[in-house]
Design a protein around this ligand. Structure first.
Ligand code: SAM
Length: 280
């Protein structure tokens, strides 16, 4: 059976290279090339872009990205067993796919790419949140990347786009929404993957804003949000006690009642509090 890119179907690739999925590497593969092309399309126009993909596995999404016209794809894969399959894709798209056999947490793959850069990945569940937080907290803003299109467990995706007052609202929502436009663009049932995980998944698309929605020092904001949500059921005057000796007055100056809880506070007020604390 032939495919849109003339390469073998993914089931045949997996069988030929003995790619039995390893749970500890978060290996749940997408085998439907129509679906991977659809995910690649949600990332926006790839034609003029370099794309970073973390965890290409047997290359289903990689093939989608290349078929959708990505200028250059850098694929970082920890599992060396996947390299021969990825080499076949590189041969079918001469000069457009570069594969790095590395742990994405140990390197800075963005240093290998030329802007404009988009990041697209079906992330391994065990490292997904950590990578997202790294990409959201670069030393300078705007970051080198334009957008992130990432598959997560649905519950994590909901935390990224959550609004105040919901259970899912917390540090991840505030970090993501302070400097990005974030939305869920697709949800997928377990059966979309091989092997099927226990949970549903969702693709989140984040676009970097040229500047944050509200001014605030990133380190102070991050400290306040971490402390506020660390004890999310406490009133803020208690949860933030260690942040400043006169925290009640600071909260009031930022338009926050000291008896409120972190999950009720919108981004704008957290930024106001960070600015208030920055005044010293
Ligand atoms: N992109 C493929 C797909 O959609 O079918 C595979 C996705 S699978 C959920 C996650 C992939 O990430 C696996 O291929 C796994 O080996 C790889 N991986 C796991 N941890 C990694 C890490 N720390 N750095 C790079 N790749 C990793």
């Amino acid at each position: 059976m032939s495919t849109i890119d003339g390469l073998p179907p993914l089931r045949a690739v997996i069988a030929a290279h003995g790619l039995v999925a390893k749970k500890q590497l978060g290996q749940n593969f997408l085998l439907d090339l129509n679906l991977t092309a659809k995910i690649a399309r949600t990332a926006g126009d790839l034609a003029a872009c370099d794309v970073l993909e973390v965890g290409p596995g047997p290359g289903g999404l990689t093939r989608g990205l290349l078929a959708e016209g990505a200028r250059h794809v850098l694929a970082v894969e920890k599992d060396a067993r996947c390299l021969p399959a990825l080499a076949e894709i590189a041969a079918a798209y001469p000069g457009r796919l570069e594969v790095l056999n590395a742990d994405a947490l140990d390197i800075d793959p963005l240093a290998h790419l030329t802007p404009p850069i988009r990041i697209v990945a079906n992330l391994p569940y065990n490292v997904g949140t950590e990578l997202l937080v790294r990409w959201l907290t670069p030393p300078v803003w705007p970051p080198v990347w334009q957008s992130l299109t990432l598959m997560f467990q649905k519950e994590v995706a909901e935390r990224i786009v959550a609004k105040p007052g919901s259970k899912a609202y917390g540090r991840l929502a505030l970090l993501a929404q302070w400097r990005c436009e974030a939305r869920i663009v697709m949800t997928l049932p377990p059966e979309a993957f091989t092997p099927a995980p226990k949970i549903h998944s969702a693709v989140v698309h984040l676009t970097a804003l040229p500047q944050p929605r509200y001014p605030a020092d990133a380190a102070i904001l991050s400290r306040v949000v971490a402390a506020g949500f660390n004890q999310r059921r406490k009133m803020l005057r208690a949860a933030l006690k260690g942040i400043a000796p006169d925290i009640e007055a600071r909260l009031e100056a930022a338009g926050i009642a000291p008896t409120q809880r972190a999950e009720e506070i919108p981004l704008e007020r957290f930024c106001a509090l960070a600015r208030e604390l920055e005044r010293g």
